[in-house]
Design a binder for this molecule. Structure first.
Ligand SMILES: *Cc1c(COP(=O)(O)O)cnc(C)c1O
Length: 428
């Protein structure tokens, strides 16, 4: 950052001198770390390009179908592009998936049957999945229609500190023949653990598959796409799901989700999104196809911009005296950065600061609220082009001890930096 920019930030954004000196130090320390991620970005860009070329993507794939959406060639070909990128037999990419949670629910309801058991291998799943399973606070209030309600049981293997407990998982599988699916979550969500890198996931999946080849391995891939050179479907997962307003939408897709994996499992999931018999052959795409294609094409770059923002936030907040998870130097497998404040007021101030740095709704003041699907009150900064898009610079936090904020996204690293600088300045 040159002198002119610094003066500008001080004058126009009230960035404190102290924040700028922390910035200098942070940038000096993290710049060497970027090389590895630039190389991952480069590889994934070529992988995506190759998939486009193999499917001969042309202007006529930017369809704008209506009504039933039969024969939407853009939609059907994008499925094939995703399948190639994810090294999967098949994929289903649709604007009718309203969120990541909905996409995951289609996989669970689509594949599990009454009498089956779902086994969570990486501890408790992400908060919004609890209502689908029928656990937690949701149990008392709104479990109508949960998996539990349909006679699908649930078991969970707690982590050993932060590690996957493979032995207990195998034990559970040996004792219970009804376990049809094993659920793994790559990103930490609102848990205090580390996110699981693909090499850790691969080892766990391999151990399960070796003894139980027929059990379905499902990986919640939210926030993980394009952060490593491979995706979980390339290291043994049978099916993955994610959100298009996170990494793979590249900040361009306005809504939607994707499922990729074994063809029979993707088809079962499609029967849940629409109905048995119709599956993925129905569903119009209004005017989203161009943005889905373009978003995927940009996703390797945008996802790595977000990683750089996360690494920057980790380093500068650590230098400012806060505890961060993961640390800047850790190997990343997702775009999420946790920052712990141990103080409710500081947490809220930080989140508000991220909002003040946004291109959209920068004058809004965030407040904690009872967000649907979450057990605690949640505060969320999302001054984004797409409502709630967390591939854009965003920060959310459940209002509970130890008052940890989860920062993610940033369409450009430059925006990520100033967002964090504004938020940090408010704490100094
Ligand atoms: C974001 C997220 C979800 C849910 O996605 P939504 O689009 O917010 O519904 C599920 N799992 C993980 C790990 C996530 O990060």
């Amino acid at each position: 950052m040159n002198k002119m920019t610094k003066e500008y930030l001080k004058k126009e954004f009230n960035i404190k001198e102290e924040a700028l000196s922390l910035h200098e130090e942070a940038l000096k320390q993290i710049t060497p770390l970027f090389k590895e991620y630039d190389e991952i970005r480069e590889y994934n860009q070529y992988k995506v390009l190759k998939a486009f070329q193999e499917e001969n993507i042309s202007d006529y794939h930017f369809t704008n179908s209506s009504g039933y959406g039969y024969g939407d060639v853009g939609r059907d070909t994008l499925d094939k592009v995703y399948a190639r990128v994810f090294g999967a037999e098949s994929a289903l990419v649709r604007p009718q998936f309203v969120s990541g949670t909905h996409t995951i629910s289609c996989v669970l309801y689509g594949i599990l049957r009454p009498g089956d058991t779902l086994l969570a291998m990486t501890g408790a799943p992400y908060d919004t999945i609890h209502g689908i399973i029928g656990i937690g606070q949701e149990e008392q209030s709104r479990n109508e229609g949960s998996l539990k309600d349909f006679g699908i049981s649930y078991k969970e293997i707690p982590l050993i500190v932060e590690d996957i407990d493979v032995e207990s998982t195998l034990d559970a599988l040996r004792k219970d023949e009804t376990i049809k699916m094993v659920h793994l979550q790559r990103s930490k969500g609102y848990a205090s653990r580390s996110s699981f890198t693909l090499s850790i996931l691969e080892e766990a999946i391999r151990a399960v598959k070796k003894e139980f080849p027929d059990v379905v391995i499902f990986v919640d891939n939210c926030y993980g796409e394009f952060i490593e050179e491979k995706e979980p479907t390339e290291i043994g997962a049978d099916i993955v799901a994610g959100s298009l307003i996170k990494n793979p939408g590249g900040g361009i897709a306005p809504t939607g989700g994707y499922v990729a994996g074994r063809a029979d499992l993707v088809e079962m999931s499609s029967y849940r999104l629409t109905v048995p018999g119709l599956g993925g052959e129905c569903g119009s795409t209004f005017a989203v196809m161009r943005s889905f294609f373009q978003g995927l094409f940009l996703a390797p770059m945008i996802s790595i911009e977000a990683v750089k923002t996360a690494i920057y936030a980790a380093k500068i907040m650590e230098l400012a005296g806060y505890s961060v998870h993961p640390v800047a130097e850790a190997k990343r497998t997702d775009i999420v950065q946790a920052i712990t404040f141990n103080d409710e007021v500081k947490l809220i101030e930080f989140v508000k600061g991220i909002q003040y740095g946004a291109p959209i709704d920068s004058s809004a003041s965030c407040e904690p609220w009872d967000m649907p699907g979450y057990d605690d009150k949640v505060i969320m900064a999302a001054g984004s082009f797409m409502q709630g898009a967390s591939i854009e610079l965003s920060c959310d936090a459940p209002i509970r001890e130890p008052y940890t904020a989860y920062l993610q996204g940033g369409l450009t690293f430059d925006h990520g930096k100033i967002g964090v600088l504004i938020a940090l300045s408010r704490l100094l």
